[in-house]
Design a protein around this ligand. Sequence first.
Ligand SMILES: Nc1ncnc2c1ncn2[C@@H]1O[C@H](COP(=O)(O)OP(=O)(O)OP(=O)(O)O)[C@@H](O)[C@H]1O
Length: 408
Amino acid sequence: MNRADHPQAAAAVAVETLGLRKTYAGVRGRTIAVDGLDLLVPARGVHALLGPAKAGKSTVLRLLLGLARADAGAARLLGVAMPDVGRELAGRVGALVGDPGFLDRLTGRRNLLMHPAATGREQVDLALRQTGLADAAADAVGSYSLGDRRRLALAAALLSGPDLLIVDDPTRGLDPTGAREVRTLLRRIAGRGTTVLMTTDELVEAQQLADTVTVLAGGRVVGDGPAADVIGDLATAVRLRVDDGDRAVAELKAAGFHVRRDGDAVVVDGVAEPAGVTRALARKKLYVTEMSTRRESLESLVRRLAPEPEPTPAAPSRAERRAARQEARRRAARPSWRQRRREAFEARVAEKQAAYAARVAARERAAAEKEATRDGRRKPAQGGPGKRDGTPEPSPGSRSNDDTEETA
Ligand SMILES: Nc1ncnc2c1ncn2[C@@H]1O[C@H](COP(=O)(O)OP(=O)(O)OP(=O)(O)O)[C@@H](O)[C@H]1O
């Protein structure tokens, strides 16, 4: 979406990035984790960075928090440009990225009191109340459920009363109850005026929790805007069997559906009304023999937003470069296709010429033998068949030119 077209572009912006890029070097070459990212997070509300595994979500958060250095691009958090974020925004940005490193044998309250952002018991107790942990404040963290630990981590991130809270995958690993509690908490935090920027790979979570979303795939933005517009009402994917699948795909495409083949089946993604698909087919005299529907997955959403996402090109590793050089040398040493064809052709010509020469020699031999036989017969009879001048009659097969001669 164009910045100017963004519904909240006119309002304050909490986070914005332009052309942000990050690559990681590994044993198998370089991985492009974030590839020219333009991100716009409106101030206030919950913004979800939504994408499948390895889409680059966590890397974006790490870049924004200064935990990793970008190769290129620019970013501003709460109006402050990236290199100065740490110095100028101390206390205004809270984060929950990675393991908060609580000590199990200490109470929740004691862990928070030891946090660098803690200023005193009053502030700590406020954070515990805000996260619904007041009753568990005196319990050892070792006895906390995973959901309670996550809420304690959020309490730590809230200690400084931040304007922006950055949270990486807040419900990962939680049971449905724990996940629901954390989602409710995040909505409550946003309701109090803190902008929440979070990552998730769950479509339903983004739909339930986020006001705005950015969908990432392969380190790139494939869609962004209000959650209701980008995700919609969790459209349905329809799977069909039709007698003429290829024609069905063509007709549905022409009718504006997002359609693809999956083996014998035809799959239509992002369908608001499944009956619309069967109607469109029936109009073209194509009849459905089998049909099933399921809620749209994140993968099909990404496919719908970016029908043919370009694969992230990874730079070749040293081993791959060496193999490519060896292959080039091997090709250079081997005769070219053209050269091999010419050699084969010349071999065929030489073969045919040799066969022709052998046939001519055989005919000449045969003619000479015939001549010798005729001479032998004439001698005793002194006048057999033949011309009067003694020239022998040409035999039927003794032409000097062979009209069956093959040309190369
Ligand atoms: N420190 C690192 N060193 C090398 N590669 C990395 C590093 N961190 C991330 N990557 C690679 O960068 C790509 C993006 O990873 P990232 O963790 O940002 O994705 P993600 O969308 O958060 O995925 P997930 O939901 O699985 O956590 C992946 O291919 C990952 O393997």
